[in-house]
Write a protein that binds this ligand. Sequence first.
Ligand code: NAP
Length: 332
Amino acid sequence: MFDLLPYNTFGLDVKAYAGIIVRSVSDLKTVSAPETLILGLGSDVLFIDDYEGLAVINAIKGLEIVKTGRTYQVTAGGGVVLDEFIQALLSYGITGLENLSGIPGTVGAAPVQNIGAYGREIGSFITGVEVYDLDTHRAFTLSHDECAFAYRTSVFKEQKQRRYFITHVHFAFEEGFKPCLTYPGLDNDPSLTSAGAVRHRVLALRERKLPDPRFVGNAGSFFKNPVVDADKVATLKETWPDLPVYPTADGKFKLAAGYLIDKAGCRGITHGHAGTWEHQALVIVNRGQARPHEIVSLARYIAARVEELFKVTLIPEVRIFGRHGEVPWERV
Ligand code: NAP
């Protein structure tokens, strides 16, 4: 059995039937199993059981930077720790990802859900993603467009693409600091004159609001922010005039799931050894020795309370894995 405790930031004591740590593309040639689960640091997964297949851990390192004119072309190994990558870029004066500082996980996991924070998304800097198909044992590169990046999703979440092991990610960054300071906590603060200052502020905000998975098991935001239409917003505003609402590019409106959960009375609650974080209700935490079923029943309770109060459906952002692979929320 292969211990998955170091590979899930929820800190759940679960195992895979076997595991392999991949340090180079050639290691992948030996991977042949009907059921495989690709993992980096496991920062957005919830295991609800032991996994009966092979866990394939992405530990491919490496960073290459080439400057052409005013553009930095950067390639990073899929197993590079994302925050170390951001820090390294800043040390070379390359800016753009500073708003994503402090997000746990690896470079290879980042494109899968097109991670985003404080108004920036990683997909907008990605020019290509090199993958190794574990079915055909072929390596190839998907272009930015083929990755189909959208709000917290990409082509890599689709069923077939689950067999794509992301070996390297290619980025392009333009020279010069272009700040994005629209989010609460950054507040267009004129003192944030460098990417380093933004990183510093984002890390401080995260430290204040979010639990550090090294000390308190969690997988970041448990649910996605729901997106609703204008009529629904109008109805909700009648009862909740302070409801935060953010227009999306396709004419809809994004609600803050943390606000809904908080108003539904679920901030800081505990169920068994699972709970919601006192400073950000959107984060489910392992208060120590939590069992997967405690996290699942807490999540179900939260979703039911929000549905009851707001008639809005919450869908998990974390990916849920059972004995034979990913399990849709409706079947958990
Ligand atoms: P926050 O600032 O309290 O805001 C609550 C929600 O409102 C956020 O989820 C954010 O949506 C949205 N929002 C706030 N200002 C916005 C604006 N100017 N335009 C559009 N949407 C806006 O949120 P928080 O919990 O402290 O998190 C801060 C940032 O870190 C957010 O971007 C959040 O997504 C990110 N984060 C991500 C994870 C993760 O696991 N993926 C975990 C923690 C925090 P968005 O989430 O769409 O940005």
